[in-house]
Write a protein that binds this ligand. Structure first.
Ligand SMILES: *[C@@H]1O[C@H](CO)[C@@H](O)[C@H](O)[C@H]1NC(C)=O
Ligand SMILES: *[C@@H]1O[C@H](CO)[C@@H](O)[C@H](O)[C@H]1NC(C)=O
Ligand SMILES: *[C@@H]1O[C@H](CO)[C@@H](O)[C@H](O)[C@H]1NC(C)=O
Length: 243
């Protein structure tokens, strides 16, 4: 397959909604494309992508979940969006995707996190939104072994964080959702921007243990917003009783 062509397609169709750059020195990873392989150490930046599309569009022949970098999916040719992020390894980060002009349900309502080429990793598709409900809070875990990305997965709390809050509905016993018509731009007043909490697990290329994952486990999911005071006011003031 022609990687450069795929990459060009990917990058040209990429809408960089938000870039989490945390390169305060110490970076040794010079791979900036989400469709290339790399090995990381702690303190490196690491580039990955999130593709927004419909659930079936992430599968080949409805069965095989592929990386959005794989040209067989031809995501670039259909109604999809891409975001690129570059968080710092082993640092707890909250990515935010402003939905004031980007309605995930207009692009199929699902997302997949991805990185790598030969060692391609991709998350399962996660439901974000349809015209009825929107899920605004996610935790994405990246698992590395000897510095090589092995896996992305979504960590869910079984709706523990919204239990008893009448603003939320628990979808499929796993996701806290609010009603889409309550969002700004959809007839309501709530800022429905997406917050994606990142965590790292496994080992880096020097076998140093990545453990931001354990820190997340030990914190209540929503309390992490407290670390981001600027975001907190925009993302959470609407759910004050919650924090
Ligand atoms: C997908 O389907 C096409 C046409 O039905 C077939 O030629 C191809 O081998 C299938 N690919 C896989 C990976 O199953
Ligand atoms: C999203 O963008 C709108 C318009 O620029 C802004 O008013 C709002 O505060 C932003 N929301 C977040 C969570 O940053
Ligand atoms: C939206 O998704 C929810 C949860 O999967 C589902 O119950 C509901 O029927 C969907 N609404 C529409 C309009 O597809």
């Amino acid at each position: 397959m022609c990687l450069s062509k795929t990459l060009t397609l990917l990058l040209y169709s990429a809408v960089i909604l938000e870039t989490a750059v945390a390169l305060t020195g110490g970076n040794t990873n010079n791979v900036y494309s989400p469709c290339s392989d790399t090995k990381i150490q702690r303190s490196d930046g690491f580039t990955f992508g999130i593709a927004f599309s419909s659930r079936p569009s992430f599968f080949l022949n409805q069965t095989l979940l592929l990386s959005p970098c794989d040209h067989r999916l031809s995501l670039a040719a259909i109604n999809s969006q891409f975001s690129l992020f570059r968080p710092k390894i082993d640092e707890i980060s909250l990515l935010s995707i402003n939905t004031s002009s980007f309605f995930p349900d207009s692009y199929g309502g699902y997302m997949v996190a991805f990185a790598g080429r030969k060692y391609a990793a991709r998350s399962p598709p996660a439901f974000i939104a349809n015209s009825t409900y929107i899920v605004t809070s996610f935790t994405l875990v990246m698992e590395f072994q000897k510095g090589r990305l092995q896996n992305f997965f979504w960590k869910r709390d079984g709706c523990a964080s919204c239990k008893g809050n009448p603003n939320f509905v628990c979808l499929n016993k796993q996701d806290c959702a609010i009603s889409t018509p309550s969002c700004k731009g959809r007839g309501g007043t709530v800022d429905c921007s997406l917050g994606i909490q990142l965590a790292f697990s496994g080992t880096d290329k020097h076998l140093a243990v990545l453990n931001s994952w354990y820190e997340v486990e030990n914190l209540k999911q929503y309390s992490l917003y407290g670390l981001y005071s600027n975001l907190k006011s925009s993302l959470t003031s609407q759910f004050n009783n919650f924090f």
